[in-house]
Write a protein that binds this ligand. Sequence first.
Ligand code: PLP
Length: 280
Amino acid sequence: MSFIDPGDEVLLPDPSFLTYPRQIQLAGGKPVWMKPTDELKIDTSNLQDLVTDRTKAIILNFPSNPTGEIMTALELKPIIDLAVDNNLILLTDEVYERCIFTDDKHIRIPALDGTYERTLLLNSYSKTYCIPGWRIGYAAGPKEMISQMIKMHSFIVANAPSAQQNALGEFINTKEADDFTNNLKDILKERMDKIVKGFNSIDGFNCRKPEGSFYAFPKVTFHKDYTTAVELSERIFDKQKVVLVPGTEFGPSGEGYLRASFGSISMDQIDETIQRLKNL
Ligand SMILES: Cc1ncc(COP(=O)(O)O)c(C=O)c1O
């Protein structure tokens, strides 16, 4: 709302967090999907074709919800160049930065060459400390961008709850905080290994190992009784009471996929879930 005028276009990964296209539309803008590669990263081969004189911003989110993929600095280079060449804003949502299962280091977009003055970094403590109900997050960026946002923020959000801000202020730079998040990552990795193995033991499911986040995004094959991700998701819910979000909620390329969250599921519940899917 601070940067988008009616009719402005915003590039976003297909698939990506289902809130993005709705938020772009709420601001009066038009979502423009960036197609995925076979590995579900952003296909950077023809990005310039998507840019028009109305293009204003690019949204990035690594590790990604729903794919769990991350992109390296080298893979991101064409996107950064596109933003610089066309004077676009980069909006980078890095809420899963502490949840990477591989040896890769998290890439902080505003730390890359040439990005700082055009980048708004969005982050949240919801995932890092398991406190989504506290509603504390932040935007970091150049003063000129943040001051535009404050004009909107004062009349929409007013302020983040001060009790939660104070509590987090005491906690975030402590060793306990760091240990908590590192331990959380180990727990999530254990669940990730189990759920991916479980999905791959089901006929018709094929699941890549997510590199980060707490989502698995299995590819599914269809059947005469269910020919779309929505139909399959509804059938799984009706018959087995397992919630898997249809991939199409995250963008058109999500057809043929389901998204599972393992953010708050026990190891026993993963066994139970896989068994129910096998039953169906
Ligand atoms: C990519 C991404 N960004 C932002 C959020 C929202 O975070 P919060 O609950 O802190 O607003 C989520 C929550 O699922 C998410 O997956």
